[in-house]
Design a protein around this ligand. Structure first.
Ligand code: PEP
Ligand code: MG
Length: 538
């Protein structure tokens, strides 16, 4: 049996699919002669063009013209005789085909990255994609298509990047197992959002588990059983049935008002990452969206979504929620959320670096596109804007200036928009300490305990070695929460919580006592959270 961190509840029983980090090391490939190397290169290029062409045509149907154009651009680039002849020259000089591809592509990547122009920089990412695909093809490496695994697959990987998680088809994935990450890592958050059991931080999982092995993943206890006995299989099958039955019984809370046992009205909202998640929220009668993590709209694609695409996403959510509150968090990137095409510089301490509101304020063109899309979408529902990772008043004031600029621009362009209430996430000790002042500047707070716990305890939220210290129940974190709620109440503004702790049945009674108004949880936890609140008695 292997041990890890229980990160998403449920029992997953199925067959392992190992998703390895793919190494494209070609140091062992031997040079034969120029003619054969060139033939290998030509075959890889031909295969690339053929596959990319068919991918582009299926993408045109599933995702639209624009996404397909990016892939067609790859074909054009690789068909450029200059690029190919450079590779052939490198082969003539004694390089194996892999080295020729690597060297020539890297030369283009350096060239495109050094230009201070977004579109040209984008071409560097395109060449990176071409390089990696060609290298894999030359080395005969087949990468697994996560979106196409068989039903009952238990996915095992070192880690899942948010874009990998985005490809998961929840109907086919029985469980997720990783070697790194904790309860609040993004793989965990997404696994919970999709209702997939997950066990994270299992040491050497990709080595000790073999492809095709029978697996039981216990998302409650953080256990992984490999090659289970018949006894174990029947034990976990009945545990799974029981769990599903319990989940079924929570359905009694669908459509029920969230009122504590002593008559105080509360709100159970949901955290979402994509417009599609709203379906799950409505199914559990979530009373609003307390956190729309908009960074997911920016992930798993080759360039940033334009204003229209964002407007489409935000207004779809606003409409679907039918005038219920929708709190849209502005782009929260950096830290563990990398978006390659934004070219965020590598930093020594990314969690303390150029991320979230800091990045957005320094990139006003990108930020304003998002703000404009939100203001325009606000015509279709009850939208609020929320700023992530705020640490000082200036950030809020600067954001307000940009919002005012956007309103003026929209006015001048005769475009329909609505002004929207502004709030901040309280997820740094600094924000807690000035929460009395922040409360004078904004109309609501939402406590982000995932980051607040990490920053207060000075612990990396994804590092298994220090996970013991990552504990929202530490007195310092509880005090930070209490102070924030107190200052919000004093100023008479709404205060919610959108960190994972909002769904913790051990913490909910305290949050009620302190006066928290709104609990924003993953869609799968709405009913359990409502039940815990309804059962609370002073
Ligand atoms: C948080 O930090 O609590 C939060 C909700 O934001 P995220 O998990 O997206 O960083
Ligand atoms: Mg956060």
């Amino acid at each position: 049996m292997l041990k890890g961190i229980a990160a998403s509840q449920g029992y997953g029983i199925g067959k392992a699919v190992i998703i390895n980090d793919i190494s494209t090391d070609y140091s062992n490939v031997k040079y034969t002669d120029a003619q054969s190397e060139k033939a290998r290169l030509q075959k890889a290029v031909d295969d690339f063009i053929e596959e990319t062409r068919s991918l582009a045509s299926s993408l045109k149907e599933s995702a639209g013209e624009k996404e397909a154009e990016i892939l067609e651009g790859h074909i054009v680039m690789l068909s450029d005789p200059f690029m190919l002849s450079q590779m052939e020259e490198s082969i003539d000089a004694g390089s194996v085909a892999e080295k020729a591809v690597d060297t020539v592509c890297n030369m283009f990547i350096d060239m495109f990255s050094s230009v201070d122009d977004e579109l040209t920089n984008q071409r560097a990412s395109d060449v990176k994609d071409i390089r990696d695909t060609l290298l894999k093809s030359l080395l005969g490496i087949k990468s697994i298509d996560i979106s196409a695994v068989d039903a009952g697959s238990v996915l095992v990987a070192k880690d899942f990047t948010p874009s990998m998680t985005g490809k998961i088809n929840k109907n086919n994935v029985a469980a997720i197992i990783t070697e790194v990450g904790g309860v609040t890592s993004h793989s965990a958050i997404l696994a919970r959002a999709m209702g997939i059991p997950a066990v994270l931080s299992v040491v050497n999982a990709t080595q000790s588990i073999k492809d095709g092995m029978e697996i039981i993943a216990d998302g409650f206890k953080g256990k992984v059983i490999t090659n289970p006995s018949d006894n174990e299989k029947s034990k976990y099958t009945s545990l799974q049935e029981e769990y599903l039955k319990e989940k079924e019984s929570l359905k009694a809370y669908i459509g029920k008002e969230t009122v504590t046992g002593n008559g105080i009205k509360k709100q159970v909202y949901a955290n979402i990452g994509k417009p599609e998640d709203v379906q799950n929220v409505l199914q559990s009668s979530g009373e609003g969206i307390g956190l729309f993590r908009t960074e997911f709209l920016f992930m798993d694609r080759a360039s940033e979504p334009n204003e229209e695409e964002q407007f489409e996403a935000y207004s779809t959510v606003a409409r679907a929620m039918n005038n219920k509150e929708v709190i849209i968090r502005t782009l929260d990137i950096g830290g563990d959320k990398d978006i390659p095409y934004l070219h965020i510089e590598k930093e020594e301490n990314p969690f303390l670096g150029h991320r979230a509101i800091r990045y957005c304020l320094d990139n006003p063109a990108l930020f304003k596109k998002q703000i404009r899309a939100i203001l325009r979408a606000a015509v279709f529902g009850n939208i609020k804007i929320m700023l992530p990772l705020v640490t000082c008043l200036e950030e809020v004031r600067d954001a307000k200036k940009l919002i005012a600029e956007c309103e003026k621009e929209l006015e001048a362009e005769n475009k329909k928009y609505n002004t929207v209430p502004l709030g901040v996430m309280i997820e740094t000790p600094s924000a807690v300490l000035i929460s009395d002042l922040l409360a004078q500047e904004v109309e609501f707070f939402s406590i982000g305990t995932n980051d607040l716990t990490g920053y207060t305890m000075a612990v990396d939220r994804g590092n298994a070695k220090v996970s013991k210290l990552y504990d929202t129940f530490q007195p310092s974190v509880l005090k930070a929460i209490e102070i924030t709620i107190r200052n919000a109440k004093k100023a008479g503004i709404q205060v919610g919580m959108c960190g994972e702790a909002a769904a913790d049945s051990r913490l909910i009674p305290r949050l009620i006592e302190w006066g928290l108004d709104e609990f924003s949880v993953t869609p799968g936890s709405i009913l359990q959270t409502r039940k815990t609140i309804c059962e609370y008695k002073a």
